[in-house]
Design a protein. Structure first.
Length: 259
């Protein structure tokens, strides 16, 4: 049996940066299709006659050419994607010493909170919860710290920045980037007041350092709905919004998905 496939990767023509989101669009006579990229399964949703899936290039992926393999009951197909060399600068920050050197009690709390966050973003609702594009959480977007920078805090290396910091004043409205369900709404030690929204298909947005939270876990949200207000809770140097995006548990550059 022969099927007709049309596939496009919609970041740039078959070339993406480390951390960027790409979309796979498939036109086929079959609906039961999945794709595999490196070790990740890309889940599809049907929109009109087109199947659309979202993938991300994991942070530590080596530059080069990679195959995205499409699998169905009757056909195996593939398309090549090029991962571009991506340079990430080093960022040096000074924060309160208690935010980099922890007492045993605080260290245990941070460990538990991180494990809970990982549990949340590791789940994958198998269906889509949104209809439409992702939009900015603020009325204006000004990046103060980009995705992927290597962070040194008080002289201690703290890994890489797993989202983007956006300029915001205390009290600025923070809006849901798309429809979804509130998977987490808590006060954690490092993120401060934080909200995670499940958008389905393994896609989550993460909003941290909020001054206040207006939603509860389990709430159903529409794109643009106010979820809280910007602030400076948690480990910060000044009020701002940290916006994170996770796809298949990988931290991605949210600006590569937002339109």
């Amino acid at each position: 049996m022969t099927l007709f496939f049309i596939i496009s990767l919609c970041i740039s023509p078959s070339e993406v940066n480390i951390g960027d989101v790409f979309r796979v669009r498939v036109v086929s006579k079959e609906n039961d299709i999945k794709a595999v990229f490196i070790e990740d399964t890309i889940r599809f949703v049907k929109r009109d006659t087109i199947l659309v899936g979202f993938g991300v290039v994991p942070y530590k992926t080596e530059p080069g050419n990679y195959w995205i393999k499409l699998l169905s009951k009757n056909v195996v197909d593939s398309i090549l994607v090029t991962i571009l060399p991506t340079e990430f600068p080093v960022e040096t920050l000074i924060v309160a010493d208690t935010m980099v050197k922890y007492t045993p009690k605080t260290a245990k709390r941070i460990k538990n909170e991180r494990e809970n966050t990982v549990d949340v973003i590791s789940g994958a609702t198998p269906y889509i919860l949104f209809d439409g594009e992702f939009t900015p959480p603020l009325s204006g977007i000004m990046v103060t710290s980009p995705y992927g920078v290597k962070r040194i805090m008080n002289g201690i290396e703290k890994g890489f920045h797993m989202g983007v910091d956006l300029k915001a004043k205390k009290g600025d409205e923070i809006k849901a980037c798309n429809d979804g369900i509130v998977a987490l709404a808590q006060y954690y030690y490092l993120p401060g007041r934080c909200v995670i929204i499940d958008h389905g298909l393994g896609i989550y947005t993460y909003y941290i350092h909020l001054d206040s939270i207006l939603v509860r876990e389990g709430d159903t949200l529409k794109r643009g709905e106010i979820i809280g207000y910007a602030g400076s809770s948690g480990r910060v140097t000044a009020p701002h919004l940290h916006l994170g995006l996770y796809i298949n548990s990988h931290p991605a550059n949210p600006l590569s998905l937002i339109e």
